[in-house]
Design a protein around this ligand. Structure first.
Ligand code: DP6
Length: 356
């Protein structure tokens, strides 16, 4: 009998409109919609192999070669159980000759091709790759949108990594969460000219995890309520329009404003959360100055780069490919002492976003 095995990869995504806050912590339903760019497959990705076998005694998981516990009722076990349920409903109940893989235990091995210590969101690519790999193993006739409903229950941002290119996660309104899934705003081929530069400011693990940080924000920040009601809905429309029009100036303006509001909301949390450090803020100053000069009428009057920061100090700089060389030499010039810029992980370079 051929072994039941499948391997799939999913890339990291970096949000331009940030997800921060859950209205349902078990189903992972967000307080606001979000939008991200999925990076190129060749650069930062998780690759996951799943195998089902009637001889396996229990589900097991290895992350980067180290076995991890699958906590009963936890996110990992929820995702595996949901995928087994889909296998039964969509395949085995429909075709009596299909092997009963939903009753077999699975062994799952996942690798990141980037160091987890680099502080990049590995949960997004990790849960997306897990879901995609089980979908391939179980031969599920499901579009990425349906799989994103399950990846979302592993880690919210993971639902966006099931698509390449520019991806929105619609918050939805149903208590069941069935309308809270990812949709592709534009494929990677629509705007391959946008590249992402990842500046590793610190490779130590962050102090406050996204999960606990955002929960504290929901409980204590009044600024978050303003953001949810009055800011994000319009920004989602505006940035989608900028992407469709390939308007980098507007894309950059919105991306930077949203990163800054996310960090303001973190600061408005009690006790406050500081994700950026002095180097992060210095990078903001450099990019702002670069854009100030670019915005002068004699220089074309348009922004040339956009920074964004997640729940940590590392910067992601989006820019059209033609500006990247200039941006890299500027960063190296202003931050010459930083080991991160000697590229210890091979991360320092333009990761073609939306091209893979
Ligand atoms: C700042 O998806 O890691 O990167 O759903 O609790 O697993 P959980 O959180 P997670 O949060 C990501 C937060 C963010 C913004 C974003 O990616 O939209």
């Amino acid at each position: 009998m051929a072994p039941y095995i499948a391997t799939t990869s999913a890339p990291v995504n970096i949000a331009c409109i940030k997800y921060w806050g859950k209205r349902d912590t078990k189903l992972i339903l967000p307080t606001n919609s979000s939008l991200s760019v999925t990076l190129d497959q060749d650069h930062l990705r998780s690759t996951t192999t799943s195998r089902a076998d009637s001889a396996f005694e229990k589900d097991r998981l290895w992350l980067n070669g180290v076995e991890e516990d699958i906590k009963p009722g936890g996110r990992m076990s929820t995702c595996i159980a949901e995928m087994k349920r889909l296998r039964k409903e969509l395949v085995e109940d429909v075709d009596a000759s299909a092997p009963a893989l939903s009753t077999f235990a699975v062994h799952i091995a996942s690798y990141n091709n980037f160091p987890t210590a680099a502080g990049l969101a590995s949960s997004a690519s990790g849960f997306a790759a897990l879901t995609a790999s089980l979908a391939a193993l179980y031969a599920l006739p499901c579009p990425p949108t349906a799989l994103s409903l399950i990846a979302r229950q592993g880690s919210g941002s993971a639902c966006r990594s099931l698509y390449g290119g520019f991806v929105a996660w619609n918050a939805g309104t149903l208590p069941s969460g069935l309308d809270s899934h990812a949709v592709q705003v534009a494929p990677e081929t629509h705007w391959p000219d946008i590249h992402a530069l990842i500046c590793v400011v610190s490779d130590t693990k962050k102090g406050t995890s996204s999960t606990s940080g955002m929960q504290r924000t929901v409980e204590t920040s009044s600024l978050l309520q303003h953001r949810i009601k009055n800011v994000v809905p319009q920004r989602m429309k505006d940035i989608s329009a900028a992407i469709l029009a390939r308007d980098f100036d507007r894309f950059a303006e919105i991306t930077m404003a949203d990163s800054n509001q996310f960090h303001a909301v973190a600061l408005d949390t009690s006790p406050p959360i500081f994700y950026m450090n002095d180097v992060s803020r210095a990078i903001i100053a450099v990019v702002e100055e670069y854009n100030r000069v670019a915005l002068l009428p004699e220089n074309g009057g348009k922004r040339k780069a956009a920074y964004t920061y997640d729940a940590g100090p590392n910067a992601v700089i989006y820019a059209p490919a033609a500006n990247m060389k200039e941006i890299i030499s500027m960063i190296v010039r202003y931050f010459p002492q930083q080991d991160a810029f000697k590229d210890p992980f091979g991360l320092f370079g333009a990761a073609g976003a939306g091209t893979g």
